[in-house]
Each structure stands twice: as C-alpha cells, then as structure tokens.
Design a protein around this ligand. Sequence first.
Ligand code: PGA
Length: 251
Amino acid sequence: MRKPIIAGNWKLNKTIAEAEELAAALVADLADVRDTEVIIAPVYTALSRVAEILENSPIQLAAQNCYPQETGAYTGEVSPLMLKDAGCSAVIIGHSERRQLLEETDQLINLKVKKTLETGLLAILCVGETLEERENGEMLEVLTAQIKGSLADLTSDQMADLVIAYEPVWAIGTGKTASNEQAQEAHSFIRGLIQGLFDPETAAACRILYGGSVKPDNVDGLMAQDDIDGALVGGASLKIEDFSRIVRFGQ
Ligand code: PGA
C-alpha cells in the first residue's frame, strides 16, 4: 500500500559535470525499477541540468532546501516555485545539518513545508534526535516537538504530499546505523503521532523513510521493518553501485 521511496541526498557534493555524469549513470542503471520511487537531490546549481537528464526517466528530482516565499527581496534564497521551474518535484526540508549548522527551527521548517506543499511539490520532512537527547531519554519528546511543530496547521489532504524521514543525528555520516529495532521503534512512534494529529488513514498512508548510514549491507534489514517505507541516503547515494543496490533492496 505504501510505495517505497529511496532518496539520495547528495549534500554539498559534485560539480555540474559530475552531477550530470552520476544522474546519467543512474538513469541507465535503474531504467527497469518500477516498484520503488527513486529521488535524487543534487546541489541547486546542478538541478536544471540534471532535470534534463532525468526527463523521460522515472527518477524524480529534489532540492535539499527551500525558502518559504515565492519571490522578493530574499537575497541568496531559492523558493519552491523556482525549484519547480528548475524541474524539481520534491524538496528535502529540515535536514539535521540545517537544523544544527544553520539553526533552523521547527517554526521555519513548518513555513517551508507549507510553501512547498502549496507549490505542488512533495515535502520530505526530516526529524531525528541527537545522541545526547537519546542518552538523556528525551528521544520521544524531541520527535514529538519536531513533528508537531513542523506539521502545524496542515490538513490530512496535504499530508498526502508529505514524506517523513527519521534520521537519528548520531547515525548520519558516522557509519553507525540505528539497529532495525531502534529504527522500527521510532518509526512506529512517529506513525502514532501522525494518527493523533490527523487520523488513522493519514497515518497508515504516510511514508516514513529511515536515514543515517544506510548502506547496501543494512538496507534489507531496515526495509523489512513494518513501519520503514524507504530510505534517505547520504554518502552511499554518491556511489552508483551502492545506490543501485539500495534501490534494489531485498533482491
Ligand atoms: P548518510 O546521510 O547516509 O551519509 O548517513 C544521510 C542523510 O544525512 O540524509
């Protein structure tokens, strides 16, 4: 019922030429994939060129961030409207690197989510606790605050175009993955939160991706969990063999 999504977050990597090369290789390699949605998120400067390469392929294009205004005096920012114009169909919002390095708050993230949905793009909302929060027993509290704050004022109809990525901060780029059980526990908790905020149908339909050191050798176990509907992949999305294997999880 919930179609899996494997999304590659390329972060601050690859020149335009390198991004074109990787995108072309993915188009060739993943041409036969039908049962899983594949999304890639290059840097802003490569988006429109990668969009040309993805045309006529099922791979979708995402941006790694956006600003919650359409146009105006917001120097250095890029709006969902501009991202759509560049060929994007999705936007990653509230990634932990932005929450930490750029001090993004749930309030700002909520505005970005709303503008993204209004523009007709898929919102990939990231949440997740730090190691310190987990060790202090604050994980559920932190996830609750992030989910409630980021999804404030949304309707259940809008939730159809929103995907959640649970990314424990301590597992991002560290090689430490959450165990299958730890990930399932968090995902099931998040689904419960969605049910409380919206309704059982919305919760049952909401896709929740896991992110944090997803690799070819751990993706199968993660994807076998009831509440894990896909993966947001950083480091391994930059290597064609690894990303292809992750997209073909369980085979
Ligand atoms: P990682 O990054 O796979 O390199 O841990 C995941 C992410 O930050 O989305």
